[in-house]
Design a protein around this ligand. Structure first.
Ligand SMILES: Cc1cc2nc3c(=O)[nH]c(=O)nc-3n(C[C@H](O)[C@H](O)[C@H](O)COP(=O)(O)OP(=O)(O)OC[C@H]3O[C@@H](n4cnc5c(N)ncnc54)[C@H](O)[C@@H]3O)c2cc1C
Length: 542
């Protein structure tokens, strides 16, 4: 049976929890067979009286009688079925045509895994390298300022989220338990089991690397095939139906079902799809900077005297401010106890992002502070001659200016908050030591951001300082630019998850504009795998 809303103080022990269950259900110790935690969150609105809130699955000796006795108690009831159910199974004879998945980010990996688990033996193509080799290349940029445009933070096995904080929260509703399926598969692949029940789960970079390898092995053991160094360079479309694709080396692969899970940085692939006539629309996204503070400042503001309690871990925050110029500025992808990372995939450009290890015990907290932009904000975004890819040109413009402002060597431009608010360039840094590598260049960030973004950030920082004491302190550090918050395009799909004008092409995940994080991209991958399976089996029976 499920028991919800069980509240205990921060410093409770396991036996306190056990005794509270007995008391809450009004049963003796020998009637309780066992329990497991389904969800655990904490309420820190009053930092001096933080409480943990549990949802538990409890096994008791005579459940029927107890449920009858507690009828009318809205926090007690039968445990719902939260298992994920497959929508189809591939018939073994005759064999089905193999679907192709492009990309091994969370979306492509889960599309591939679910297709493999249903028996469809997918072929998965990835332009970058296997995750361990990819890690070397990524560190090449971070340590030596050497970028490999095909193997970096954005491209390679595991996709964009591999070198990340691995936050797994999302606002999506989950009636079919696809999100739970994702978390369960992650745990099978080596994620800490607590991700199944803590309210804000996260994994951290090192664990993600091993998990991605384990998931690859799982897909291969089910007959799937993963090919690295396989950049899809062209799609073959005939009379509005995909027929196959061509790899960069020239190899042609025939396919009637292609999942396009290429992420938001596959700009060359978007250009190719546009040239082939695939329907693409421009969509809003956000740009801005990363901000760094000492993690201890955030912990104190959030947890008061309980700051540093290991049960609470490093504190996070979520901030939003509606500005006088009609824009909204907000915090995004906050990484407690983490580092700011160089996240460009293109030469001559600087892009920031953030990551953490599982322990989240680095000195600084970092978060993006970004401002929404729409196609009306950039040349070619709107009007009769609008170009659906104009948002990419806009991103590139600011990324190139950031490269120049950083000194042209992949160092990032940086500025103290005090200087940014006063409108003067920084010439030195203060007490907050930047975590971005290869390095930062103190300068004026207004050089590489649109005026309205600068104005919105200048108005928002003091407002955020009223929510978190010290947030707008002079020495807090801004690093830029943060341009890849989400995809600037949508490859629109129909009710069957296929491109509006290209049958057999299943746009998916963040790059197609249908996800905005690891969990939502993975869930979208599952949805699309289901659509592919239903389409393939319908073709077989018709
Ligand atoms: C540094 C960093 C930290 C992040 N932190 C978090 C976090 O903590 N929590 C969170 O929820 N989200 C985080 N994100 C965002 C998250 O990673 C993405 O939302 C997610 O990875 C999107 O998944 P996806 O599968 O749609 O695309 P991606 O993960 O981008 O994967 C796309 C894959 O397709 C491949 N590809 C592209 N073009 C081609 C082609 N033509 N042929 C073959 N392969 C191709 C790419 O190499 C890539 O591996 C972070 C992102 C970054 C960069």
């Amino acid at each position: 049976m499920r028991l919800t809303e069980l509240k205990l103080p921060l410093d409770h022990s396991e036996s306190d929890l056990h005794n509270t269950i007995l008391k809450r259900l009004g049963i003796a110790a020998d009637e309780l067979v066992g329990y497991s935690i389904f969800r655990r969150s904490h309420d820190a609105r009053k930092p001096s009286a933080i409480v943990f809130i549990y949802t538990l699955d409890v096994e008791v000796k005579n459940e029927k009688a107890l449920l009858a006795r507690l009828r009318g108690d809205r926090h007690v009831g039968p445990t719902p079925d939260t298992a994920y159910h497959f929508v189809a199974k591939a018939p073994q004879v005759p064999p089905m045509p193999r679907p192709i998945v492009i990309g091994t980010g969370p979306c492509g990996l889960f599309a591939g895994l679910i297709l493999a688990q249903m028996g469809f033996r997918p072929i998965i193509l990835e332009r970058g390298k296997a995750v361990r080799e990819r890690t070397q290349d990524t560190w090449g940029l971070w340590r030596k300022g050497q970028l490999n445009p095909e193997s970096n933070v954005q491209f390679g096995e595991g996709g964009a989220g591999t070198f990340s904080d691995g936050k797994l929260y999302s606002q999506i509703k989950d009636p079919a338990y696809r999100g739970r399926k994702v978390l369960t598969e992650f745990v099978k692949a080596g994620a800490p089991p607590e991700i199944l029940y803590v309210a804000k789960p996260h994994i951290g970079t090192f664990k993600l690397v091993t998990m991605v390898e384990n998931m690859r092995a799982g897909i291969e053991s089910l007959g799937g095939e993963i090919r690295f160094g396989s950049r899809v360079e062209d799609i073959d479309i005939e009379h509005g139906q995909v027929r196959g694709l061509r790899l960069a080396g020239g190899e042609y692969l025939a396919a009637t079902h292609i999942v396009l899970a290429v992420g938001h940085s596959a700009r060359d692939t978007f250009a190719m799809l546009h040239a082939r006539g695939v329907h693409i629309e421009a969509k809003p996204f956000s740009i801005g900077v990363r901000i760094e503070h000492p993690q201890s400042l955030i912990d104190r503001a959030r947890f008061g005297k309980n700051a540093g309690n290991p049960l609470l871990g490093a504190a996070d925050y979520k901030l939003v401010h509606h500005c006088n110029n009609g824009r909204s500025a907000y915090s995004f992808c906050m990484c407690p106890g983490g580092t700011v990372v160089a996240a460009t995939s293109e030469p001559g450009r600087v892009v920031t992002n953030g990551m953490s290890q599982y322990s989240r015990n680095e000195r600084n907290a970092n978060s993006a502070l970004v401002v929404g932009v729409t196609p009306a904000d950039y040349p070619g975004g709107q009007g009769d001659n609008s170009d659906p890819l104009a948002g990419i040109a806009f991103q590139r413009h600011w990324e190139s200016l950031a490269f120049e402002a950083g000194g042209g060597n992949y160092n990032a431009p940086a500025q103290r908050v005090g200087d940014f608010l006063a409108g003067r360039p920084s010439t030195t840094l203060g007490s907050v030591v930047p975590s971005y590598t290869p390095g930062v260049q103190p300068t004026d960030l207004a050089r590489c951001l649109p005026d309205y973004v600068v104005a919105a950030l200048r108005e928002s920082l003091p407002a955020f300082g009223r929510e978190i004491a010290g947030f707008a302190m002079d020495d807090a550090l801004l690093t830029g630019v943060e341009t890849r918050t989400s995809s600037p395009i949508r490859i629109t799909r129909d009710d069957e998850f296929q491109s509006l004008n290209t049958r057999g092409l299943f746009p998916a995940g963040e790059g197609a504009g249908y996800a905005g994080g690891i969990l939502s991209a993975a869930v979208d991958g599952i949805k699309v795998a289901e659509a592919v399976a239903l389409s393939l089996t319908a073709q077989k029976t018709s």
